[in-house]
Design a protein around this ligand. Structure first.
Ligand code: UD1
Ligand code: UDP
Length: 373
């Protein structure tokens, strides 16, 4: 029997690995163990709760305002005893976080085959996003098998001389998770306190603008520009309500609360659990974000997205027209938002339903591939 070790550490990795965890745990032909680095703590635990995942190992590495040096070193060291005990045939890592990169290195040292889920996304600029582009390229070098979400990501990997036989175009598991999540949230017996609280504070006669942001390269000036745009949008458009679940990174939390507290149509809340967040995305008129995962989810829900970045490793939805790159230029964010609020025809062109990132079957393609090795 082959042994799988699935490892993740942050909120988005947990969401996107959850369908794989559930599928492999159900499949009796594999011995599957789960390890979390807990690069995130509260934001990871929210996801584990929703998908009912109990990790076999928890490195519990998160420190307040952690830095990349010690985070990387602690994860590599922490993985050694886990890899020695589990002795996996396959180690699965996801995407572009420090967890993915550091676990990839540790897994390579252990001799396991490294399986990279969400492989091949590229901006080809190592500074954007930082350090994620580099993490993803490095993990691509380490990996034995590359689960590419789209044809474009497959092409990127082929350009780097990765063998076509080792690249499997699967779609993104984010869509598998989203479909599972929406079905659960909409089921009649699902009750959720966060959703009930949101119903109390939101006014659905207004246009809801959902905002998130956390990218390291936007810390400082970029984030100040975004906040300044949000403030002006709120002041100029009393018929809108801005809701911003604020990331727990102190480099985000502090300036956002300082600049945006006390404005009557801006609501700042703690990060929402996945259930409440996808419920809220469906209710939103428009999303402003620098998140990778949200750029992938929103087109499936027909929600226009303004991405507060200059470049993206997910250009598919930009090309299809549901996602617009606005950078961190205050004027540009205000102008594009204003246009979407007041120009119904323009809004319609950006709110078409698209599904460039997957069909909900990425997980089964990954499982089937591994079964046939
Ligand atoms: C990390 C990833 C980024 C990913 C993002 C998703 C890296 C280098 N960065 O960025 O790629 O897009 O997660 O959100 O891998 N914190 C808490 N509780 C939590 C989570 C974070 O308090 O549950 C605070 C801590 O002070 C922590 C800080 O946020 O030290 C930063 O966390 P970290 O994972 O280093 O960076 P993120 O900005 O979250
Ligand atoms: N998300 C969530 N609660 C929030 C904000 C986001 O559950 O308050 C989910 C969202 O649906 C998406 C993922 O978290 O699946 C994105 O995570 P994040 O933006 O932190 O990271 P990124 O995708 O940029 O790496």
């Amino acid at each position: 029997m082959k042994t799988n070790l699935i490892v993740f550490g942050t909120r988005p990795e947990a969401i996107k690995m959850a369908p794989l965890v559930l599928a492999f745990k159900k499949d009796r032909s594999f011995n599957t163990k789960i390890c979390v680095t807990a690069q995130h703590r509260e934001m990871l635990d929210q996801v584990l709760d929703f998908f009912d995942i109990n990790p076999d190992y928890d490195l519990n590495v998160m420190k307040p305002n952690q830095n990349l040096y010690s985070l990387t070193a602690t994860i590599i060291e922490g993985m050694k005893p886990v890899l020695e005990e589990v002795n996996p045939d396959f180690v699965y890592v996801h995407g572009d976080t420090t967890t993915s990169m550091a676990v990839g290195i540790a897994a390579f040292y252990s001799g396991a085959k490294v399986c990279h889920v969400e492989a091949g996304l590229r901006t080809f600029d190592r500074k954007y996003p930082f350090p994620e582009e580099f993490n993803r390229q490095l993990t691509g070098k380490i990996a034995d098998y590359h689960f590419a979400p789209t044809i474009l990501s497959q092409k990127n990997l082929l350009q780097e001389n990765i063998k076509n036989n080792n690249i499997i175009v699967t779609g993104n598991t984010v869509i598998d998770a989203l479909l599972f999540g929406i079905e659960k949230v909409n089921s009649t017996n699902f009750k959720d306190n966060e959703i009930e609280d949101l119903k109390e504070i939101l006014d659905f006669n207004k246009k809801i603008i959902l905002v998130t942001g956390h990218r390291r390269e936007n810390h400082g000036e970029g984030l100040l520009n975004i906040c300044s745009a949000l403030k002006q949008i709120a002041e100029n458009n009393k018929e809108t309500q801005i809701i911003y679940p604020v990331h727990l990174n102190p480099n985000v939390e502090k300036p956002v609360y300082e600049l945006l507290s006390g404005i009557d149509n801006i609501i700042l809340v703690k990060p929402l659990a996945y259930a409440a967040f996808i419920w809220l995305m469906e209710k939103s008129y428009l999303i402003i974000t620098d998140s990778g995962g949200i750029q992938e989810e929103a087109p499936s829900l027909g929600k226009p997205v303004l991405v507060t970045r200059d470049t993206t490793e997910r250009p598919e939805a930009v090309e299809e027209g549901t996602v617009l790159l606005v950078g961190t230029d205050t004027k540009k964010i205000i102008n594009e938002t204003q246009k979407l609020i007041s120009d119904a025809a323009y809004y319609k062109t950006l709110s078409m339903l698209h599904n460039p990132y997957g069909d909900g079957n990425a997980t089964s393609r990954i499982v089937n591939f591994i079964k046939e090795i």
